[in-house]
Write a protein that binds this ligand. Structure first.
Ligand code: KIV
Ligand code: ZN
Length: 385
């Protein structure tokens, strides 16, 4: 049986860009959009056109440039939002309007101050209006994560009947457990009439650090699109991280999922987004962090030197990272010192290794990391002194 294809919907330029301090101008957005296209994202959500003239212009220009990925603009279930988004997307080869409304009690009764029935009506009207402009309409049920499943099923069924081709089930507040989110998607698969006419999409936020796990639970239970961002940037604690969900599906062959992502560009795109948005990537970030392929304890270094797979499940080349590094610290063992000495061109006998290892440990206790130059000094001073 061939693997199931999972669509990657990148929202770095919309949900990611909502982060304070991450605002980009049109030129910067275009540069990132081109890289996202080269990376192979199926859909890129590039803005919320009604929100500002700048965002409108960015969506408009990106629509004229991007040809391989679907270009998507966000709207509320508001007539003017949809009309403005349709205008911004006019030049797109593959346009998508992403419209929707809040469905949890908190959204229906506190934010929108309306009724559940009226929310369904507004959602349906929004989908029908969007459908007049584009064939590809995605509907989101904001705060679906905290919406009871029975009502959510009614909303989603009505949206599909109105013409939605993709239905997005956001865990807007990052509240769901993976088992709960899995159950939600399964419930919709089993209880929504016409569900097979639409693609179910995950959109998970990371408030409890569960965005990636929830997205994977979603696709294991019938979702076929994951919404995510580069480096996991996004509102508050961020969104599901693109590099994480993609590499999970690539490494776990048992899941039988494929994506169109060219993983060798992951580190490059991560660095570009980090630089343009002024958002440093934490050193221990999975896949793209600077320590993702660095080994520092003696036991791990010994294992990796003998065979990379002992402590590495990803070949750094697969994601475009620099080769694995052996960081020399006071926790490193003789194997790491011997290995690094060889790389620097010094062949040490057993006795020399024992001797230098003691010297190395004394120095390492005083310094956080031992650099190549420290070793060169140690070996050459000893040889000439
Ligand atoms: O988190 C969310 O619910 C969203 C929607 C607007 C799709 O970003
Ligand atoms: Zn979101």
């Amino acid at each position: 049986m061939p693997n199931t294809q999972i669509q990657i919907f990148d929202t770095t330029l919309r949900d990611g860009e909502q982060v304070p301090g991450c605002r980009l101008n049109t030129e910067e957005k275009i540069e990132i959009a081109r890289e996202l296209e080269r990376l192979g994202v199926d859909v890129m959500e590039v803005g919320f056109p009604v929100s500002s003239p700048g965002d409108f212009e960015s969506v408009k220009q990106i629509s004229q440039i991007i040809t391989e990925s679907t270009v998507c603009g966000l709207t509320r279930a508001v007539q003017n939002d949809i009309e403005v988004a349709a205008e911004a997307l006019e030049g797109a080869k593959r346009p998508r309007i992403h419209t929707g409304i809040g469905t949890s009690d908190s959204h229906v009764f506190n934010k929108l101050r309306t009724t559940r029935e009226k929310v369904i009506e507004r959602g349906v009207d929004a989908v029908k209006l969007a459908k007049k402009y584009v064939e590809d309409v995605e509907f989101y049920a904001e705060d679906a994560g905290r919406t009871d499943n029975e009502y959510l099923a009614k909303v989603i069924e009505a949206a599909i009947k109105a013409g939605a081709t993709v239905v997005n089930i956001p865990d807007t507040t990052g509240y769901c457990l993976p088992s709960e989110y899995a159950e939600k998607i399964k419930y919709l698969k089993e209880n929504v009439k016409g569900i097979d006419k639409a693609i179910i999409s995950t959109h998970c936020h990371n408030d409890l650090g569960l965005a990636t796990a929830n997205s994977i639970s979603g696709v294991q239970n019938g979702a076929r699109q994951i919404e995510c961002t580069i480096n996991g940037i996004g509102e508050r604690a961020g969104n599901a991280s693109l590099e994480e969900v993609v590499m999970i599906m690539r490494k776990h062959h048992d899941l039988n999922f494929d994506t169109n992502i060219n993983t060798k560009y992951l580190c490059e795109v991560s660095a570009l987004v980090s630089a343009k948005m002024n958002m440093p990537v934490q050193a221990n970030k999975a896949i793209v962090g600077s320590n993702a392929f660095a080994h520092s304890s003696g036991i791990h270094q010994d294992g990796v030197i003998k065979s990379r797979e002992t402590y590495e499940i990803i070949d750094p080349e697969e994601v475009g990272a620099l080769e694995s590094s052996i960081v020399l610290t006071a926790r490193s063992g003789r194997a790491a010192l011997h290995y690094r000495a060889q790389k620097l061109g010094f062949e040490l006998s057993r006795e020399e290794l024992d001797h230098y290892y003691k010297e190395f440990l004394n120095l390492a206790d005083q310094q956080k990391v031992i650099q190549d130059q420290d070793l060169i000094n140690m070996f050459t001073v000893a040889a000439t002194g």
